[in-house]
Design a protein around this ligand. Structure first.
Ligand SMILES: Cc1ncc(COP(=O)(O)O)c(C=O)c1O
Length: 331
C-alpha cells in the first residue's frame, strides 16, 4: 500500500512548485495605480454617470439581489430590458443573461455538448471554455490556433455528429482577431454551429459594435455569441446572444442558468444602459481605445493588435500565459 499523503503536504508542494515557476498569484489590494493597463473596463463605462444612475435606480427599486433563480421568481424587468438591448446592439435574435461570463460559457458548452455531439475548440480559447469542454459529454478536440486548414481537416473527418466550433472574436491573451466570416462559412459547409466568445470585442471594433457584426455574420442561424459583460460594457455578468430556439433550450437545460441566482438587478440595469451608450457612442469611444493601443504598441515595440488587447510576450518566446492546469498550480 502506498504511504498516505495529507492535503497539507499536497498544498505545500503545489505552493513550492508555483513559486519556483513564478506562477504565484495574490489578491492584494493595489494601493495606488498610476496608469492602469490591466483592467478590462476598455471604454470606461463602469464609471459613466448614466450607467451609475441606471444601477442606482435598479438598486432602489429591486434591492441588491434578484433573490432567486431566473426560472423561479428572479426574472425582473431589468433583465429582459438588458437582454433586448444587448440583442439589438449585436443584431442577434435574442439574449440570455448569466451571473458571469465564466458561467455563460459553461452553460452553452455543457448544455449543447451532450453525448453524441462533437466540440472543436481553437487551442487558445479562454480557460472558461476549456473548463466547459471538460464538463460536457461531447467528443472534444482542439485545433491549432487560428488554423482553418486544421479545423477543416477535423470537420472533414467528422462522423455526422452535431458539431460546435468554438472560438473568440478577439483573443483575450494574444489580442488577434478570428477570421469569423470564413469560420462561419466553414461551419455552414459542414452543418456545424459557431460559438464566438466576444468578451474582448463586444463594443470596441471600428464601425460595428462587435467582431461578428463586423464580419457580417450577426443573426446567422448557426451562430451563438457569448460575452462577459465585465469588459467594455462595464458591469459584471455574462450574456449569450443566439437564436430563440437556443435561448429556450438553455433556459430549460442549462444548469448554470437554472441553479444560479439571477444576475443582480444593478448589473442588469447597468448592462442595458451601457449597451445603449455603445449603440450610439461606441465608435467614438472605441477610437480612443485604438489611439491608446497604438501609443502603447509604439512605446513597447509590439505589433498593434485587433482591438483593446495588446499582447506583450514576457517569457521571451512570445508565448502567452493562458491558464493551463500547470500554471493554475494544480500540480
Ligand atoms: C474571453 C473570456 N471569456 C470569458 C471570460 C469570463 O468572464 P467573467 O469575468 O465575466 O466571468 C473572460 C474573463 O476574463 C474572458 O476573457
Amino acid at each position: 500500500m502506498s504511504p498516505v499523503r495529507s492535503f497539507d503536504s499536497l498544498l505545500l508542494q503545489a505552493q513550492k512548485t508555483r513559486i519556483r515557476r513564478g506562477h504565484h498569484r495574490s489578491t492584494q489590494v493595489l494601493q495606488s495605480i498610476w496608469c492602469d493597463l490591466a483592467s478590462n473596463d476598455y471604454l470606461g463605462l463602469s464609471r459613466d454617470r448614466r450607467v451609475l444612475d441606471a444601477g442606482h435606480k435598479a438598486l432602489d427599486e429591486h434591492g441588491t439581489s434578484a433573490r432567486a433563480s431566473r426560472v423561479v421568481s428572479g426574472t425582473l424587468p431589468v433583465h429582459t430590458d438588458a437582454e433586448h438591448s444587448l440583442a439589438d446592439l449585436t443584431q442577434m435574435p435574442s439574449g440570455l443573461l448569466f451571473s458571469s461570463g465564466y458561467m455563460e460559457n459553461l452553460a452553452v458548452i455543457a448544455a449543447l455538448g451532450r453525448a453524441g455531439t462533437r466540440i472543436l475548440l481553437d487551442a487558445h480559447v479562454h480557460a472558461s471554455l476549456h473548463d466547459a469542454a471538460k464538463l460536457c459529454a461531447a467528443d472534444v478536440e482542439f485545433f491549432e490556433h487560428q488554423n482553418l486548414d486544421h479545423l477543416r481537416e477535423l470537420l472533414r473527418h467528422g462522423d455526422g455528429k452535431p458539431t460546435l466550433i468554438v472560438v473568440e472574436g478577439v483573443y483575450s491573451v494574444l489580442g488577434d482577431a478570428a477570421d469569423l466570416a470564413n469560420l462561419q462559412m466553414l461551419a455552414r459547409q459542414y452543418e456545424a454551429w459557431l460559438v464566438a466568445d466576444e468578451s474582448h470585442s463586444l463594443g470596441i471594433l471600428d464601425k460595428e459594435c462587435g467582431a461578428c457584426s463586423q464580419a457580417g455574420i450577426s443573426g446567422a442561424d448557426n451562430l451563438i455569441i457569448t460575452s462577459s459583460l465585465g469588459k467594455a460594457l462595464g458591469p459584471a455578468g455574462g450574456v449569450v446572444l443566439c437564436p430563440e430556439t437556443v435561448r429556450d433550450y438553455l433556459i430549460n437545460t442549462s444548469r448554470p442558468f437554472i441553479f444560479d441566482t439571477a444576475l443582480s438587478p444593478v448589473n442588469a440595469a447597468a448592462a442595458a444602459a451601457s449597451a445603449r451608450i455603445v449603440g450610439t457612442e461606441g465608435e467614438r469611444l472605441s477610437q480612443q481605445v485604438f489611439e491608446s493601443a497604438q501609443c502603447i504598441s509604439v512605446a513597447l515595440g509590439t505589433s498593434q493588435s485587433a482591438g483593446a488587447v495588446q499582447s506583450v510576450g514576457i517569457d521571451g518566446t512570445g508565448n502567452s500565459s493562458e491558464a493551463t492546469e500547470e500554471n493554475c498550480g494544480y500540480l
